[in-house]
Design a protein around this ligand. Structure first.
Ligand code: NIG
Ligand code: FE
Length: 418
């Protein structure tokens, strides 16, 4: 069925002229069409102004089954949340309450809590419980405009439990129309049983987990938490190189707690994205740019665990490709609303509204290797878009803390109304 939407006050196309990502200063250009219109079925068929659309209707070039008027609305591509950990069990509200009393994220992790608290709950949970939790968070994320999402494993930390999480993601992929991509993060932490035998756990990852993940096509990407107190550069390199051998692409937690040189390592391995980057060095930023690796910033995490924000200005002004995502997880950022990441980025990381939008659309798509199919309103791409009850995209940042999305469309179908 062909549908025409016209009279759109502000149509934000995020057009890239076929490049399918935006670097530095390009992020400030959103391809705005005032009084815009577009024709679509499951994909975008035509994009232009309402005047042009009406001419084509009158001449009989367009014969849509439905015409929708979007007066006083802003429409933009659906958001891409390119970094989440939403398949897990249990919650860490007690740890959170302690953090509000001054205990740090690091102290809790050193006591054997943090990621390991969620690991214990996730190991005990059955598949259905994990699917249910993931489903609820996806549905909630969609209300805030997410129409494509990446989900990591990493709360199992043994073969069976890691596969169980990836299995849950596979079920969610079948359930939802929106693109979901899976990342294997067996190297999220060291499980207690291997605390004093780190090498043995790494052997388990490379000899058993990675082969099973690859043979059963359970993930597109491999990740590792390369940071102070977690995986060293050497350990990360062994795992990531093995993942490449198995045909996985790389999206990696880098330099979140300290600069350990992770960004430079993953750039040299051709990673699709390097994520967090709170403490990335100038060399790391430069290496990411040269490799075309997306710098993924996750300001919700810095906010939630009270860390300094990543230096978004420096990274964008260096002409890197920058994406924003939620990092939604039960410990360091329990928030699936990607607009919250946009608000934080605009105010606390000094990004412009335009840069924030590029970062959660086309560059988010690039960060999951899908920017040839999603992330902008361009002919041939999947018709995933969101309709806002406001005249201009700036209003999303100006009137913050509320959800101005009225409709979410996925593959050309109205998926939900708020
Ligand atoms: O992205 N950095 C590593 N992992 C998560 C935190 C996971 C957790 O606390 O459960 C993150 O911040
Ligand atoms: Fe993360």
């Amino acid at each position: 069925m062909n549908i025409l939407i016209k009279d759109i006050n502000t149509l934000v196309t995020v057009d890239t002229g076929g490049q399918n990502y935006k670097t530095g200063s390009q992020m400030d250009e959103l391809g705005i069409i005032k009084n815009g219109a577009f024709l679509f079925n499951n994909k975008f068929l035509w994009v232009g102004t309402t005047e042009e659309a009406e001419q084509k209707l009158n001449l009989g070039y367009f014969k849509p089954e439905r015409v929708i008027s979007a007066k006083n609305k802003t429409i933009m591509p659906g958001f891409v949340d390119s970094h989440t950990h939403i398949v897990f069990a249990g919650d860490r509200s007690n740890e959170f309450a302690r953090r509000l009393r001054g205990v740090t994220y690091e102290q809790i992790a050193n006591e054997g809590g943090g990621i390991l608290t969620t690991m214990h709950a996730t190991r005990k949970a059955d598949l259905e419980e994990l699917v249910e939790n993931g489903r609820n968070l996806i549905l909630s994320a969609m209300r805030f405009g997410t129409t494509a999402i990446e989900i990591k494993s990493g709360y199992g930390l043994d073969l069976t439990s890691e596969l169980k999480i990836l299995e849950a993601i596979k079920i969610l992929k079948k359930e939802f129309d929106l693109p979901i991509v899976a990342t294997f993060l067996g190297a999220h932490d060291f499980p207690p049983e291997f605390k004093n035998e780190r090498n043995k756990y790494i052997e388990l990852i490379i000899n058993e987990m990675l082969p099973s993940v690859a043979e059963n096509s359970l993930a597109e990407f491999c990740d590792a938490f390369i940071d102070k107190g977690y995986y060293t550069i050497e350990e990360g390199e062994i795992i990531l190189k093995k993942a490449l051998d198995y045909g996985l692409k790389l999206k990696v937690h880098c330099d979140e707690l300290a600069d350990v040189g992770a960004a430079s390592l993953v750039a040299s391995l051709g990673a699709v994205s390097a994520d967090h980057l709170l403490f990335v060095s100038d060399q790391g930023i430069e290496d990411l740019k040269r490799a075309g690796t997306v710098a993924s910033l996750l300001p919700g995490t810095a906010f939630f665990i009270r860390m300094p924000y990543a230096d978004a200005r420096k990274i964008i002004d260096n002409n890197n490709i920058v994406a924003l995502a939620t990092d939604c997880n039960p410990g360091s950022c329990y928030c699936e609303n990607i607009q919250f990441a946009m608000w934080l980025s605009a105010i606390n990381m000094r990004m412009t509204a335009e840069e924030c939008i590029s970062a959660v659309t086309i560059n988010g798509a690039k960060a999951i290797n899908m920017s040839d199919r999603i992330g902008s309103i361009e002919v041939g791409k999947l018709a995933n878009f969101i309709i806002f009850n406001c005249n201009d995209y700036t209003d999303i940042f100006y009137h913050f803390g509320i959800n101005q999305i009225s409709e979410v469309w996925v593959n050309g179908k109205l998926s939900l109304k708020n």
